[in-house]
Ligand binder design. Sequence first.
Ligand code: FAD
Length: 291
Amino acid sequence: MKISELFNKGTRTLSLEVFPPKTSEVFDKVFAATSEIADLKPDFMSVTYGAAGSTRTYTTAIAENIEKKGVTALAHLTCVNASEATIKDQLANLKAAGVENILALRGDLPAGVESTDDWIYRHASELIPVIRSQGDFCIGGACYPEKHPDAASLNEDIQNLKIKVDAGCEFLTTQMFFDNNLFFNYLYRLRDAGINVPVVAGIMPVTNAKQMERILKLSQAFLPRRFVSLLDKFGNEPEVLKQASIAYTTEQIIDLFANGGDHVHIYTMNKPDVAAKIQENLSFMVPSCKK
Ligand code: FAD
């Protein structure tokens, strides 16, 4: 199913993100975890794409399995330093795997690269026409309530986002955030700028303090005091942190739904138990969470 059709139904959705392995040795383990997450039957599942396409066959294999299990898959695709042939090849593979939804991304610049001027595709908006030329895909894109790190200002970032949406991006998924006010203010600014596509709130349950340090640094997300306390106090007690984090995430999602958000995407970090618990907590609020 196309994600745009799902959003047209007007019901609240909860979708889940998984990532492929970096090496073949752990493929079976990661594949099994993503398969278990698909068994939760979320509204849809996204599968990330390794930097510069290093794990692209894994992304396809995992997305194909998700579709086979009857769950809509959203495959990520980046264009950083990619050739037209590689992109077309990946799109053909995804199409053959039954994938109808693509998240069009630029990707992070490799270390030491400061400019994309010499590249064929410099922005995600330039990838979108290629995707459109290769099939009837529903196309999404990324957005940043706290501004993309490369942009000089949030205003400039939103103007660039408008170019991406006008190029054919049918929905947006946000970078993770931990303070809902940032999301509500951002949504207001997007609507004011004439960006009216559905915006999916990307939410991450932080269940492993060490692993999160790197991710939080990368995303540069603002951390509310209440959230920092969880990490400080329970960082060395994994089971306690997990429980506290699931509760924090659930509360954050309920507040989003209560104040105008309709679609939430969970960065599951490939943890089926965490995703299942959050679904359980929302079983009356989100139709796909009711078992
Ligand atoms: P773009 O939309 O191209 O924006 C990048 C920067 O360029 C911004 O500062 C923007 O303001 C500016 N810009 C955009 N268009 C223009 C224009 N026309 N003219 C001038 N400036 C412009 N990375 C991965 O490697 N694999 C993944 O699977 C992955 N999944 C992600 C999923 C989500 C939901 C998010 C939020 C991020 C994900 N990322 C992933 C990270 C992403 O690739 C990086 O954040 C990357 O740096 C930017 O990608 P983008 O598609 O947002 O880029």
